[in-house]
Design a protein around this ligand. Structure first.
Ligand code: ZN
Length: 342
């Protein structure tokens, strides 16, 4: 353990146990929203190209135990309405959200949520679910991984990236850096690069665990009492889209989800967290009541309902020296006292 992380844990513990960062104090009268992506058992997380996007079922269990202890938890639709009504609650309000509609949410998060009696919101990329296609970052990640396992794979990767105007990083987290860098490309150029990488890897076969949910599974989550929200059609970043594509991503996804799930779809989640005034206006005009970003922080009652902030729950950033999820560290990061976070 580095001196820095030891200091961080120590400071977090002192602040937490003296009550300074306790959510009951810091998050009072605010709406906190927690974000998760994938939930994968440890062996799968290790094999997955973006382990930082995943928590294990055990880690999710620890996060939810912390939330239940310090917050009044529920789906975003319910908690946001209570927040707007300024409802008095014994504990501060928190909404639990899952982005991307991954099958592992159904398989691994659903039982943990049930055990804790917590309702959550699941944001679904509609077209990807209907086409049974992985999201572009996953296609890219698995392609980079299998390309690097091939002879001359690294040189091949470097050439493909060079042709797209990007550079390869040699630090072993190639998939992550390629995914990050490729966000600088236009949507068309990025998808072309992903196709080229898949082609060069010689396979579009991805492990079964990585698939998205089916509509049957989504309907089941809704029947459990969870909220189903939209994550757009194709996970395109809305600020890159023209007016008619934004309308399609926002309105059509809402229409189809409502039809298939048979429940109101009132929450939208910006793909990649990217929003601008145009996309926020389109989300409002499509009839949604709220939208979430990936900007870090809790929300006051006067917060813009179409630009709600969230807390992305990264296991690595919430762990103590032994790698276990530490309530004091989570509270520290969520308190606004932690340096370097917005
Ligand atoms: Zn997403």
């Amino acid at each position: 353990m580095s001196a820095k992380s030891w200091l961080r844990s120590g400071a977090a513990a002192v602040l937490f146990y003296s009550g300074i960062t306790a959510p009951e104090r810091r998050a009072r009268r605010k709406l906190s929203i927690a974000t998760f992506h994938r939930v994968l058992p440890e062996a799968q997380r290790r094999a997955y190209p973006f382990p930082g996007l995943a928590v294990t079922p055990q880690e999710l269990d620890a996060f939810l135990a912390f939330f239940n202890h310090h917050f009044d938890c529920g789906p975003l639709s319910v908690q946001h309405e209570r927040h707007l009504r300024r409802e008095k609650s014994a504990k501060p309000l928190l909404a639990v959200t899952f982005d991307d509609g991954q099958h592992d949410n159904f398989l691994h998060a659903r039982p943990v949520l049930a055990r804790h009696g917590i309702g959550a919101s699941f944001f679904i990329p509609v077209e990807a679910v209907e086409r049974r296609a992985l999201l572009w970052h996953d296609r890219l990640g698995f392609a980079v991984q299998s390309l690097l396992e091939r002879r001359e794979g690294a040189a091949r990767l470097e050439r493909l990236l060079g042709a797209a105007g990007l550079t390869a990083s040699g630090d072993g987290s190639a998939a992550r850096s390629v995914a990050r860098d490729s966000k600088r490309l236009s949507a068309g150029a990025r998808l072309r690069l992903v196709d080229e990488l898949v082609h060069a890897a010689g396979t579009d076969r991805t492990p079964e665990y990585a698939r998205l949910m089916t509509y049957e599974e989504i309907v089941q989550l809704s029947a459990d009492g969870h909220e189903i929200g939209s994550h757009g059609m194709s996970h395109r970043m809305l600020p890159d889209c023209d007016e008619s594509s934004i309308r399609y991503e926002v309105s059509e996804s809402r229409r189809r989800l409502r039809e298939r799930v048979g429940q109101p779809v009132d929450s939208f989640c910006y793909p990649n967290g990217d929003s601008d005034s145009r996309s926020a206006a389109a989300v409002g005009a499509a009839g949604y009541r709220r939208a979430v970003t990936t900007d870090w922080g809790a929300n006051d009652t006067d917060a813009d309902a179409f630009r709600l902030r969230r807390f992305d729950m990264v296991a690595q950033h919430a762990a103590d020296s032994k790698g276990a999820i530490a309530p004091a560290v989570v509270a520290f990061r969520m308190s606004g006292w932690y340096p370097g976070l917005r």
